[in-house]
Design a protein around this ligand. Structure first.
Ligand code: AMP
Ligand code: ZN
Length: 477
């Protein structure tokens, strides 16, 4: 590898440090991300890990080759929330999970996400779950009691390592009203009995169903092996879900680790508040895409995606109408830039890939894209006048076209199509008028500037001159 070859660094929750990523097998880089429980529409918070790990999947494919990355994102289709919802709606469980999964797949496709290599369903991995439990029992880490099987938490001294909760403190702090079949307060369910009306599978411990944590240990084992590279999900999953996954997998197989890198996205809130049904700010991906329930209009998937990616994945994100409008304005500016500059196909520049390799440094990646846009617009990035025009500038036609091509390539890398047309797209004549107006303003010819503004307004293009010297527009229809 040459010296400027990108080195991927990822923040590892396990060590609380940014580390150089070294896959176990560069010919098969393996990543597991906890997927949805398919009982209802996915909300915009659920979309965050889907989008963030999609970008990581794309980056890994770029670095190791598209055929050398296996990305597994599961579908949890057995869960008490599912049972309750199906009963409430008076439909079969399978009908509920099939319908919800179909919508989920459409939603995430509209958000520009690639399909993972495998999307295993929990209900198709019951045999693996039973096998895992048997291994844990044989190794002295689990016990059957009263139709249940429980993981014996005190049998694993390293329990709590991921979430950095000392085992003795957790045991001391655990609730006292513990189920009678549990030996220890912290012990968690691997298998539980099912009533006649509940979904269940025959097992050595009677007819029953798995605990949620066990599902991910079984599916990651089946599709990625006993130890793999990256395990991801939202920050809320660190404890207890991921802690318990680690306990199960490590104790079943006796390895030092389950996955080498544990990655967690920050939480999303809406207009400054935690999303909740009672606050009335609960917003699904589906309604953002297809209804006017948020900000009084529909939002294209790419706007949602761009808005999501502009914040670093570990930071909390505030999902607001304003942020969506800003993302849309950026998208439209870039698309017009690409169109006007007559882009020439390019690869994503190494500096851009390097930015993503720094633990997915979105801020740097987007500011690089803005600098390519500025060059394509023949504007010094320092001046920032958009959309550019006939200024004395050292940027040649060829350079401008190449810069536009780089912008397109970066967009593509992130799953955002900058060549597509949008309903905010301007015609070439309108773009030329904006250029002419900027030239008039630069020459302090205010009468001409105002005349052009009116001419554009008559065409339905409303201009807005921003404090930072840029001009943006809105197409009124
Ligand atoms: P769940 O269906 O609750 O298990 O969540 C599925 C995924 O979405 C998990 O990775 C969660 O961590 C993530 N998630 C849920 N709510 C949010 C939120 N408000 N912000 C960011 N991620 C979330
Ligand atoms: Zn999981």
């Amino acid at each position: 590898m040459s010296s400027d070859a990108p080195v991927l660094k990822l923040y590892n929750t396990l060590t609380r440090a940014k580390e150089e990523f070294r896959p176990l097998d560069p010919a098969n880089v393996r990543m597991y991300v906890c997927g949805p429980t398919v009982y209802d529409y996915a909300h915009i918070g659920n979309a965050r890990p889907i989008i963030v790990f999609d970008v990581l999947f794309r980056l890994l494919r770029h670095l190791y080759g598209a055929d050398h990355v296996t990305y597994v994102r599961n579908i949890t289709d057995v869960d008490d929330k599912i049972n309750a919802r199906a009963a409430e709606r008076g439909i079969a469980i399978r009908e509920l999970t099939e319908g919800t999964n179909k919508i989920f797949q459409e939603d995430v496709k509209a958000l520009g996400c690639l399909e993972p290599s495998v999307q295993p369903r929990a209900t198709e991995h019951i045999a693996e779950m039973i096998a895992l439990i048997e291994k844990m029992i044989a190794a002295g880490h689990a016990y059957a009691a009263d139709g249940h099987v429980l993981f014996d938490v005190p049998s694993m001294p390293e329990y709590g390592r991921l979430s950095r909760r000392p085992l003795d403190e957790m045991i001391a702090g655990a609730r006292v009203d513990v189920a009678p079949y549990k030996r220890g307060d912290m012990d968690f369910v691997l298998w539980k009995p099912s009533k006649e009306s509940e979904p269940g599978w025959e097992s050595p411990w009677g007819r029953g169903r798995p605990g949620w944590h066990l599902e991910c240990s079984a599916m990651s084992w089946k599709h990625l092996g006993e130890v793999f590279d990256i395990h991801g999900g939202g920050i809320d999953l660190v404890f207890p879900h991921h802690e318990n996954e680690i306990a199960q997998t490590r104790c079943a197989f006796g390895h030092e680790t389950m996955a080498n890198y544990w990655m967690h996205n920050g939480f999303l809130q809406v207009e400054g508040e935690k999303m909740s049904k009672s606050l009335g700010n609960f917003v699904t991906i589906n309604e953002l895409l297809h209804t006017e329930n948020f900000g009084g209009r529909k939002w294209p998937g790419e706007v949602l995606r761009l808005a999501m990616l502009r914040t670093h994945y570990r930071q909390p994100i505030d999902f607001t109408v304003k942020a969506l409008e800003e993302a849309e304005a950026t998208l439209n500016r870039w698309r017009n830039t690409v169109r006007r500059a007559d882009y020439v196909e390019q690869r994503a520049p190494v500096e851009f890939v390097n930015a993503l390799c720094e633990d997915l440094n979105a801020h740097l990646a987007f500011s690089l894209m803005s600098s390519y846009a500025a060059r394509a617009n023949r504007v010094s990035p320092l001046v920032g006048v958009e959309p550019g025009g006939p200024y004395p500038s050292p940027v040649s036609d060829e350079e401008a076209s190449n810069a536009a091509g780089e912008l397109v390539a970066c967009g593509k890398f992130l799953g955002i199509d900058l060549v597509a047309r949008s309903d905010q797209q301007l015609s070439i004549v309108q773009l030329q008028l904006i250029d002419a107006r900027l030239a008039a303003r630069a020459a302090k010819n205010w009468a001409e500037s105002d005349r052009i503004r009116d001419e554009l307004a008559a065409m339905g293009v409303a201009l807005k001159d921003n404090k930072d010297g840029t001009t943006t527009w809105e197409v009124k229809r």
